[in-house]
Design a protein around this ligand. Structure first.
Ligand SMILES: [Zn+2]
Length: 212
């Protein structure tokens, strides 16, 4: 891609730099990057400043909830401080998009644990790169009754579920997995609210998902 990029003839180094940085975003090829940058140039300068300030603020001020590791503006997120949420039930998800998807169903009243990814040896992501240790510590504290696995049913998702399951096996807690109304390989964020809501309500013991 980069070699392709260098064949583009830019009339300005500044333009080239901006297009290059824009093209680093996922799904943005160099043509799209150029279109977006030219669009920014046509907008008022103020509009571009609002965009860059929002991105900078996001990058420098964002926090991760100390309890569930979800993206938050404060040390403990709204879900974790909400007294109406059941702290004895923990739903394990990959990232903030899954929390948003499950929250949209209004069917879940427990808390979350955001792993920050899935175990993926091919991408060099091991258990130590995720927040698994902190989940185990949480379970060790004795206040957790149930851990629900809600990772997408990809190979990496299954590997991660199983790894965590083995780590938690010796504790006297219930482990369950969301019912598979969701097709293999589907990501949670794309599941419709009704299906996802049902699959949480009708969750099954984790051992049952290990049969095959
Ligand atoms: Zn939290």
């Amino acid at each position: 891609m980069f070699s392709n990029f260098t064949t583009m003839e830019f009339s300005s180094k500044l333009l080239e730099q901006a297009v290059y940085e824009m093209s680093q975003l996922p799904g943005i090829g160099k043509r799209t990057a150029l279109r977006l940058v030219l669009h920014l140039l046509r907008q008022s300068e103020n509009q571009t400043q609002l965009l860059t300030q929002a991105l900078l603020k996001l990058r420098t001020e964002i926090k991760f909830c100390k309890n569930c590791h979800n993206i938050s503006d404060v040390e403990l997120c709204e879900i974790c401080v909400n007294p109406n949420r059941d702290a004895s039930i923990i739903c394990v998800v990959e990232d903030v998009r899954d929390v948003m998807a499950i929250e949209n169903t209004s069917q879940y009243r427990g808390q979350y644990h955001v792993l920050g990814g899935k175990i993926s040896p091919l991408d060099g992501i091991g258990p130590q790169d995720l927040t698994i240790y902190s989940l185990i510590e949480k379970v060790k504290s004795g206040f957790v009754d149930e851990v629900i696995f809600a990772l997408s049913s990809t190979m990496e998702g299954d590997t991660t579920n199983f790894y965590i399951f083995r780590q938690l096996e010796s504790f006297n807690i219930k482990t369950s997995t969301i019912a598979r109304g969701i097709a293999v390989g589907d990501e949670l964020e794309f599941a419709d609210e009704v299906t996802l809501g049902r699959s949480i309500l009708h969750r099954v013991p984790f051992e049952n998902s290990l049969k095959s």
